[in-house]
Design a protein around this ligand. Structure first.
Ligand code: ADP
Ligand code: MG
Length: 474
């Protein structure tokens, strides 16, 4: 029975957590083994403990994440094969998706004899479907419109239903199925388990959930291609070591750009002071800053002349930085959604990203919550191994030069690039991002030419005029 061949590479990526830890029958476990489902995918690991315990569930997960097993296992576990009535129903947006779900559920159900799973989709005539229903089916899978037709004609009786699944709910809403879904759900017994899966979370989903679900638990996963590129580690620390620990992590991982999240403004200020004392280029953003100051901070961070931006969630709102090697959670946030949002800022555009979180013993329940919602087993590391490293100072590769004069003086990026690479004699590679604001122009240059660049720009001309230039360095 146990196969020795290597598993065919699964479409979905898995967590390394075994199905054995779940309350599943030996026969079900054997089927999963046969199907070469070795370990759970993140959505399965996050949702199955909840759904097998009988709770309603809202799960946010993409196509290919292994949703079918996530809802099929709980409904198959509850199924009574000797009762020939519809006990579970799955609503899908399209005929193709309903067919896929039907196929996959039939594979998962093969450990029990004679489970009948019926696809009720448009595109084929009603009659044969009605006949099949007449003969008795345990599970129906279909599109909302066709299911509604069968209910209205009295072909489909739902009084024995105990599980309702809305698969790819956001797509069903996009396709205008809200009213059909409402109609169908109202025909279901109120005592039932309802499972809703959706890739995105538009307003309509909340409305559906509020109307038709009872105290649903939520799980939410990072987009799969992102999730796999973010390497998440948790470090246990003592509260008094928290801020020092940030500089140790920075010196060990050596990310060019790091966003460090604190839960309070005061903590942001304290952290920046400590990082400065360690010779690390750090800046903070807060709500009390003037727009011009805020712009300067963001410019320096985005052009890689500042290693660390320290911020609260509020201050970081709307921030979009393309290249971010690391996110450090100086404090673990109590809200798992916020945690997921924070760490989702790294590991973009095919780059790998680090998500490092500092936790005291008191933070453990928060980490447990995050792990449950993300369907992960947290990877714990200790600071001790990093303490005695000698890796030298962490310095950003670039320095920002501020040129007084901007849009008002009709300066364009090309003028500054021209001045640096022409008369001043630098190469294109030594010049980084150029940002023109109303009153000033900011140009990032390689750290080793910064002094010389200030001199030569001041001595020369930009757009035919002499300009004042200074380096933004403390
Ligand atoms: P979704 O509905 O989220 O798009 P599916 O349930 O169709 O995803 O699963 C995608 C593919 O991954 C299928 O081929 C399925 O057989 C496979 N699969 C699902 N769960 C696992 C697992 N735990 N281990 C290996 N393969 C899996
Ligand atoms: Mg699916």
């Amino acid at each position: 029975m146990i196969k020795t061949s290597p598993p065919s590479s699964p479409a979905a990526h898995t967590t390394g957590r075994s199905f054995n830890e779940l309350p599943l029958s030996p026969a079900m476990l054997a089927t999963l083994e046969q199907l070469e489902y070795r370990t759970m995918t993140p959505i399965q690991a996050a949702s199955l403990p909840i759904t097998l315990a009988g709770h309603d569930l809202i799960a946010q997960a993409k196509t290919g994440s292994g949703k079918t097993a996530a809802f099929a296992l709980p409904l198959l576990t509850k199924l009574n094969p000797r009762h020939f009535g519809v006990q579970a129903m799955v609503l899908c947006p399209t005929r193709e998706l309903a067919d896929q779900v039907t196929q996959e559920m039939r594979r998962l159900a093969r450990f029990v004899d004679n489970i009948k799973i019926l696809a009720l989709v448009g595109g084929s005539t009603m009659r044969p479907q009605a006949d099949s229903l007449e003969h008795g089916a345990h599970i129906v899978v279909g599109t909302p419109g066709r299911i509604m037709d069968h209910i209205e004609r009295g072909n489909l009786k739902l009084d024995a239903l105990n599980t309702l699944v809305l698969d790819e709910a956001d797509r069903m809403l996009d396709m205008g199925f809200y009213d059909d879904i409402s109609f169908v759900v109202k025909q279901c017994p109120t005592r039932r388990q309802t499972l809703l899966f959706s890739a995105t979370y538009p307003e309509g989903i909340a409305k559906l959930a509020q109307k038709f679900m009872i105290n649903p638990q939520e799980v939410k996963l990072l987009e799969q291609h992102e999730g796999s590129k973010i390497r998440q580690r948790f470090y246990e620390i003592k509260h008094e070591d928290r801020l020092q620990a940030v500089s140790i992590l920075l010196k060990h991982y050596r990310p060019v750009s790091t966003l460090a999240f604190c839960n309070t403004k005061q903590q942001c200020r304290d952290l920046v002071d400590i990082l400065h004392a360690k010779g690390i280029h750090a800046l903070t953003l807060n709500g009390d800053m003037e727009q011009r100051e805020r712009d300067q901070v963001l410019i320096q961070f985005a052009n890689r002349s500042c290693s660390v931006l320290v911020a609260t969630d509020v201050a970081a709102r709307g921030l979009d930085i393309a290249q971010l090697e690391a996110v450090i959670n100086v404090d673990v946030t109590p809200d798992p959604e916020i945690h997921i949002h924070r760490i989702g800022r790294t590991g973009r555009a095919d780059e790998e990203g680090w998500a490092l979180s500092l936790c005291t013993a008191a933070d453990m329940p928060r980490v447990a919550n995050i792990a449950r919602m993300m369907g992960i087993a947290p990877e714990w590391h200790t600071m001790d191994t990093l303490l005695n490293e000698k890796k030298g100072p962490l310095v950003p590769p670039m320095v920002t030069l501020q040129i007084l004069g901007g849009r008002k003086e009709k300066i364009r990026p090309g003028d500054v690039l021209g001045a640096l690479t022409g008369e001043a004699g630098f190469t294109r590679e030594q010049v980084g991002k150029i940002t023109v604001t109303d009153m000033s122009t900011y140009v990032a240059v390689a750290r080793d030419i910064a002094r010389e660049a200030v001199k030569r720009l001041s001595a020369g001309k930009v757009k035919g005029k002499t300009v004042k230039v200074r380096a933004l360095e403390d």
